[in-house]
Design a protein around this ligand. Sequence first.
Ligand code: THU
Length: 157
Amino acid sequence: MKKLTLTTDCELLDYDELSAPERELVDRASEATFRSYAPYSHFSVGAAIRLSNGSIVCGANQENVAFPSGTCAERSAAFYAHAEHPDADFVAIAIAARGTDGKPLAEPISPCGACRQSLLQYELLAGREVPVLLVGRDHICRLPSVRSLLPLAFTSL
Ligand code: THU
């Protein structure tokens, strides 16, 4: 038997340690939480995606009375980004959330499985790693790629 060990590098940074473009993306994701429509969970998530054409596209979770019909912030941003800018590559992603008390979460959240798989599609399309910034009040977690969030991903039909 052979054993395969999969590891994920995650850097924990203060806001001040981020580059200016990273700080901008983090700010945009945090602002996007205020455009969340979450009447059921009261949990507001925002995502911001920097594209290779210089644009930043944001999304926020959108809930629906028929629960599965809603979507997460990450997918709302990713699908909007690629629908509006089909020729641009994803460069970086930031994700922020506010809890049911309306306050930014101390610890960052990380994307659900469906969002990881959806974001990976655009990382593969870009042909290079797309760093992911998970925004918490106390620190920001920087992952080198979407792939690092989804070991053993399904990538081929
Ligand atoms: N949600 C996101 O938008 N992104 C995540 O990464 C996790 C969860 C949303 C879905 C739902 O509207 C609410 O947060 C509570 O699960």
